[in-house]
Design a protein around this ligand. Sequence first.
Ligand code: BMA
Length: 836
Amino acid sequence: MSCLRLAFPAPFELQHANTGAWHPAQVPGCIHTDLLRLGLIPDPFYGTNERELQWIERRDWRYRSRFVVPEELRQHRCIELVFEGLDTIAEISLNGIRLGRTENMFVRHVFSIGEFLRPGQNELEITFRNTLDYLTEHRSWQPVKERNDPVGGRSRIRKEQCQYSWDWGPRFVTCGIWRPVWLQARSEAQLDHVHIAQEHHAGSGVTVRLKARLTDAKGHETLRAELWLNGKSVAQISGRDELRLQVADPQRWWPAGQGDQVLYDLRVELLSATGSVLDGMRRRVGLRTIKLVRDKDKEGETFYFRVNGRPIFAKGANWIPDHAFVTECDRPRYQKRLQAAADAHMNMVRVWGGGIYESDTFYDLCDELGLLVWQDFMFACALYPGAEAFCEVLRPEAVQQVERLHDHACLALWCGNNEIPMIPELFEELRANPEYGANYARVFHDLLPRVVAQCDGTTPYWPSSPWTAPELFGDSNADFAGDVHYWKVWHARAPVKSYEALRLRFCSEFGMQSYPSAEIAATFCPPEERNVFSPTMENHQKNGGGNGTMLHYIVQRYRYASGYENLAYLSQLSQAHCMKIGVEHFRASMPLTMGALYWQLNDCWPVASWSSLEFGGRWKALHHEARRFNAPSLVYARAVGDVTIGRYNEIFEGIEGYTLHTIHDGPAPRPAVLVYSLRNFAGALQSEEQRLNVLLEPGSSVSRATFTLPQSHADRLRARCYLRVELQTPEGEILSRQNGLFTVPRFLQLDAPQLSLTFDTVAANEVAVHLRAKSFAPSVALIWKLPGEEPWFSDNWFDLHANEERRVSLRLPRSMSADEVRSALAVRSLWESYQE
Ligand code: BMA
């Protein structure tokens, strides 16, 4: 008889910890979303409700389900109850008999239940203990206080760390059955796990090696495996031990921008001695090699990924849980977010260590979209206990997660933790206290790399982000090798221009905050509180001093903004500018620098943060800018000099000109034309237009030209003209463009741009907007005023030249007429932001 796997056959209920009443519950789910859906608590994200809802984490919560075992399961010898994930301290009983207790959110639990089942109704009960008691029980581990946890203790429990709050996240310590629960039954052997490895041969063939682990094997079972591509069988084999599928003419999987994301379909079956199918599984396999290349060179040591032999510049961002209650993250949500990453020409996301190992759907989508995944283990910004008792709780987590994810084409790196040795007070403790140092080494330099080697065997392991090999307690954030988190811009208020002095190998974090748009602010903030220093807005700014830091950067570039909408707009411009300066410099520093992952892609609630996508997915200015600065063929205009403000507020207008570079990371060479000219705001040429034919080689960054503002006219021209730069195809299509200013935007003498918009319907859910300005209009933003899902814009937040017509196409969330779209859109540009 073959194995059976069935979704848990009955609904769950939860008991209110205060009233004792039972209510319907949602599984997978968590207590906060259950209470919210039942109308028993207000919206946790609204106003300052976060503070009033802290009582929830102090209670114990009970879930139960009354169920009848389906007949088909009963006939089997062994019946098991499987929890893909319980968050976190759960006591489980069946018909009053205790099955067990769990203490790690990231572990799957399997209980054998056959002997406890009754013929009729059964009752499953799960009590989630509050974690504060658990943290108190484990208080013997009391190192320096954890970052980002105002109460303290989070490092003692294996649970999503940012639930305890973060510098962009609320504190909602929740509990519940957060992953699917099901029943499985078998009478004979079962396929427990299949390890997949690839051998790429010098000719061109690939061998896919499979090794299965069985439960209850009798020794006479066989395995049959078949590999399919586009509905055609390409290789098949049967056998007992290791199976080797030979692919003679392999089609490779490539990261986005480098080629196709070819995924083979692998089917494995477990057969009995008589040939009947006992169990089966399916996987998708991308044929590719990934290497982390660390070669000594004259600058130190390289740090880059080589995929199928080709060096890849990693363009991307850091991923945090996409919802404060992660059970809200469904496929459409992941799809939308990751598609936005791919749309912005990203090829890598880093799953950051303070959240969760994401669901299978997340990695499936990364496989499909060609997004490489830098996968942290879930440790961040704290010293963790490393003694044997802790390692016992941790080991199954590491094994299960590595086994679950090891065969995804997207998986590029396993990384031990986020920032532990980088944070000065943690680093001092690690060095000064031998017990802490030993704990750290045991987890990140022994247990985890060993699990990765045994259960994965291919994907590289890197102990921490950032890290500089090889000494254990050297400078973990050095430039010459490994990856770097560069936070002097923002946390230390260094000038944005300081990115340009960096000569590092791979920047895995750097960022700048911005405010949520007025539309997103309206979802959590009553109108009378819509001021960044109000209690509600301060509650939605989790970085101490964050408002001051953001304003510090905004005021250097822009005029004083009146009202929230203008301030939010300028904050997003400031953020986009800052990341553009950083990423373009890093890309230009290729091949010395081979990665730029900004902090952070997404948000877990509506908040002031470093994200380029707002909570729910609306693109901030930065995300549109990322689509431009990550373009495969980029023209980069690097300012020579800067505008600086002296001690007595005297202004040094130091932008003297631009050096123009071309950057290309596409897979093939491409001819192009570099075109540039000095223009005034009415569009008139102030210098002769220059045209330069260039050949863009793959993986190249080349300095092509220099433009210097004529000294004789500098004072007259500085505030009234700009360098217009374009990289075009030989046919004149624009690949990339830049507008170089000679002062900061606040000193520009702009004329009213007199923006005009016309609309036409392209299809039922596509409308084109044609924009025009009478005079140079920096930073024109089309803003969707309706709540809910916004359209996809082919471009947005761009500069308009005088009398240029730009066509923006909008893919609408539903069918809408051009008139409806017109009334749903507002438009603004820099000039409007400072009009009274
Ligand atoms: C980084 C991250 C996070 C944090 C961010 C902003 O270093 O690893 O811990 O949210 O900085 O401060």
